[in-house]
Each structure stands twice: as structure tokens, then as C-alpha cells.
Design a protein around this ligand. Structure first.
Ligand code: SF4
Length: 415
């Protein structure tokens, strides 16, 4: 149960058919609301109260028991090495669904349930909710014919619950596509009054800038490994790739400054003004005077002391020494080109990932110039696309997209 309307409807439909429903929610570490709730301790903008886990809230609304299972550790390896590649951003939706269905099967076996039901709707999501993809996902997850999708079951081949006569086809639905009209009508029929609005995306992996930062990080690491601390840092602050061997993250507000301090790891340094309150910078990679001075100058440029001639900074190497430096604030505009951000205007200097052997579709720009830069063992590569008007380099703000899956900005949020 994701906490969205579709999974609430499925629970109510099955209850109406006489089944005892046990919901399960998987915490991947990338869920936007849940990470903000767990990591930031965010409060609701509506009532200023602490955020509630969306699955718990929805399960309480429809009165079904729900178990929350943390799968974040195993999930990290899947995100860095998805067998079926990424969607428009860094969302490995097919692998994600496979992973969740495997976990759901384990949950099903543990509680002695008969089958799995999901709130998936055929054609709703571009990557994982097409009929053929659903079959592939089930096969890979080892749950072939065990997954009932009550909202679209009449459009799909019968599954075990139908074959065995536990449910009848006429009690199920034939909802197709992205519209929400039929679901909303059904919600009112089933007495569901309070449900969340469909969100733009439930996980950070569908965010374009997050994807740019992720691919930048992977490209500059010796090993393609991601930690839970990375997962949090990737969404914080402004990120600058200053050179292949170091990057700087600068907090944009007090909460981000605190989180940068909390999520700094060995091999990193924190740089903050000694006296004045202001942004905190985190240096990752090469830790030397040049990188500290650059981080301090840029941080000063974003702070209240931007117009002063010199600002005193303290550099704290995590688990190591502390030192003071005095720097002249820099003009952040001068470093804009180092910012790792989705830049829709940068189509001519795009860095794209695609499977090495996948033929180019017409919207994939031809690679010019440099050799492919292999980044993992599954044949994915980063190619630099050099525009006619100018070169691109590792320091340019780049627009990075995966090449498997649907249109830009698409993602699967009904997990
Ligand atoms: S959008 Fe949904 S299916 Fe896709 S990776 Fe995120 S949680 Fe998984």
C-alpha cells in the first residue's frame, strides 16, 4: 500500500468481496514524504503537526492493518545496478516493482495469505504498467498469476484468484489509463472520503535534478556504490562539481545546513563562517586548501557577508582536524556552470545514459568526439554530446536522462 487512492480502493473492493486484507508498505529510503518525515521531522503545512506516514494514514482511513517493511538497504544496490535500466530520470521502475513483488510474496507466505493484490492500473504509468511489462515483472519476481489487479483485472488474463473461483470477473474493474475520474467515483461508492491527491511523484528517483546529481556522483566514484547518507545528501542544497575529484554542496536554509552536518561522513569536510550565521558547505572528494578556499568563497557569496572584503571560515574535517581560513566572497554567478542541476535549456550539451548496444531512437542525439565512458558492468555508458556552439565538459550543468522507458518527467508512483 503506497497510501494513494488506488491501493485504498483495492483494499475496500477485496473487503467487500469478503476477504481479510493485510496491507504492506515498503520503505525504500527514496520516498519523498517518508524521508522528510523520518529525516527532517517535517510538519504538515495544513495543520503544523508532524507528518504521518501516508500508508498508515490511508490504512487508518479504511481501517485495514498495515505493516511497514524497511527494504532500503537491499534497494540501494538495485538503484545503482538495475537489470532493466532507468526511466526518464533515475527511476528503475521495472526493477523496483520486481523487488517489491518479491518482498510482497515473502510477506504473503509469512502471514499465510492466498494471493497478492495491487492498485496498478493498466496504462497508468509509462514504464511498468503495460500488460507485457506486468507479465515480465511477475515472472522475474516469481509471482506469475498470483497478482490480482482488481482495478484493471477485466483487461488482463485471469489470475489464480479468478481461476480458482475465489473472485468473479464481474466483481472486478476495467479501468485503463491515467485519468482519475473512475477511481474517484468508485471512492465515493465505497465510502472513501479522505484520500490524498495524486502526487507528481512519490520518490526522489523521478526528479530530474536528483537524477543529474546521482549520475554525476556515480561517474566520479571508483565504485558504483550508494549509501543511505548519499540518498539524503543528493536532495539537499546546491551541488557544484568543481573538478573530477571534488564537489561542494551548499545548504539553502537552516534545516539543510543541519542535515549536511548530520550526514557528513569521513572523507568529507564542513566549511562554515566562524562568526556569522550562514550557509554550511560540505566538501566531498579532494580535501586540500584549494578545495576549502573555493568552498568558503562560494559559501560566503551565498551568505549575508557576501559584500564584505574578507570572511573568517572554520573548516572541520570529519573525524579529523579543524582549521581557520579567511577568504574573499565569490560571486556565485561565476560558478553557475558548475552547478549540477537539470537544465532544460541545455539540450545541446546533454549527457545521456543508454544501454551500450541499444540502437538510437530519433530523439537521441548522436555522440560526437569523445569515447564512451563505461560506468558499470551492465553496459551502460555516459556519452558526452558536444554542441556546435561550444564544448561540454565535466563541469557543465548537464541534463541527463535514462533511455529506457517513457516520456520525460514520467515515473511510477503507485508502489
Ligand atoms: S516511481 Fe514508484 S515504481 Fe518507480 S522507482 Fe519510484 S517507487 Fe519504484
Amino acid at each position: 500500500m503506497s497510501g494513494g487512492l488506488d491501493s485504498m480502493l483495492v483494499s475496500k473492493i477485496l473487503e467487500r468481496l469478503g476477504f481479510e486484507v493485510h496491507a504492506v508498505n515498503f520503505y525504500t529510503g527514496f520516498c519523498i514524504v517518508e524521508q522528510r518525515r523520518r529525516v527532517d521531522g517535517s510538519v504538515s503545512s495544513r495543520n503544523n503537526k508532524k507528518l504521518i506516514n501516508p500508508a498508515l494514514k490511508s490504512a487508518a482511513e479504511i481501517e485495514v492493518p498495515v505493516e511497514i517493511i524497511d527494504i532500503s538497504k537491499e534497494y540501494l544496490a538495485m538503484v545503482t545496478h538495475p537489470k532493466f535500466g532507468y526511466g526518464s530520470n533515475v527511476n528503475p521502475c521495472i526493477d523496483c516493482r520486481i523487488h517489491m513483488l518479491r518482498e510482497a510474496k515473502a510477506f504473503m507466505d509469512r502471514i499465510g495469505a492466498k494471493f497478492i493484490a495491487t492498485g496498478e492500473v493498466v496504462g497508468q504509468r509509462p514504464m511498468s504498467q503495460h500488460k507485457n511489462t506486468m507479465r515480465l515483472i511477475e515472472k522475474e519476481a516469481g509471482v506469475a498469476d498470483l497478482v490480482l489487479r482488481p482495478l484493471s483485472a477485466r483487461l488482463l488474463p485471469p489470475t489464480i484468484p479468478e481461476i480458482k473461483g475465489w473472485v468473479k470477473r464481474q466483481d472486478l474493474y476495467d479501468i485503463y489509463g491515467r485519468g482519475r475520474g473512475r477511481q474517484m467515483k468508485l471512492a465515493s461508492e465505497l465510502g472513501i472520503a479522505d484520500y490524498p491527491n495524486p502526487a507528481g511523484g512519490c520518490c526522489f528517483l523521478t526528479d530530474q535534478t536528483y537524477a543529474c546529481r546521482f549520475f554525476d556522483l556515480m561517474r566520479h566514484r571508483d565504485e558504483k556504490v550508494l549509501t543511505m547518507e548519499d540518498v539524503v545528501r543528493l536532495r539537499l542544497g546546491r551541488h557544484f562539481r568543481m573538478s573530477p575529484d571534488f564537489k561542494i554542496i551548499i545548504g539553502r536554509n537552516e534545516s539543510e545546513n543541519e542535515l549536511l552536518e548530520q550526514y557528513a561522513e569521513t572523507g568529507m569536510a564542513l566549511v562554515a563562517a566562524t562568526e556569522a550565521k550562514g550557509p554550511v558547505a560540505l566538501v566531498e572528494g579532494r580535501l586540500d586548501d584549494n578545495s576549502f578556499v573555493l568552498a568558503a568563497r562560494l559559501t560566503a557569496g551565498y551568505g549575508k557577508s557576501a559584500r564584505e572584503a574578507a570572511v573568517d571560515f572554520t573548516v572541520r574535517i570529519v573525524g579529523g582536524d579543524e582549521k581557520r581560513i579567511v577568504v574573499e566572497p565569490a560571486d556565485p554567478k561565476e560558478y553557475e556552470k558548475h552547478m549540477i542541476i537539470h537544465d532544460p535549456g541545455a539540450r545541446n550539451k546533454v549527457k545521456r545514459f543508454r544501454p551500450a548496444n541499444k540502437p538510437r531512437s530519433k530523439d537521441v542525439m548522436p555522440a560526437v568526439g569523445k569515447e564512451a565512458d563505461p560506468i558499470d558492468d551492465r553496459g551502460y555508458e555516459l556519452r558526452e554530446i558536444v554542441s556546435e556552439s561550444g564544448g561540454s565538459g565535466p563541469l557543465d550543468g548537464a541534463d541527463i536522462h535514462g533511455q529506457i522507458g517513457g516520456p520525460e518527467g514520467s515515473g511510477e508512483d503507485e508502489a
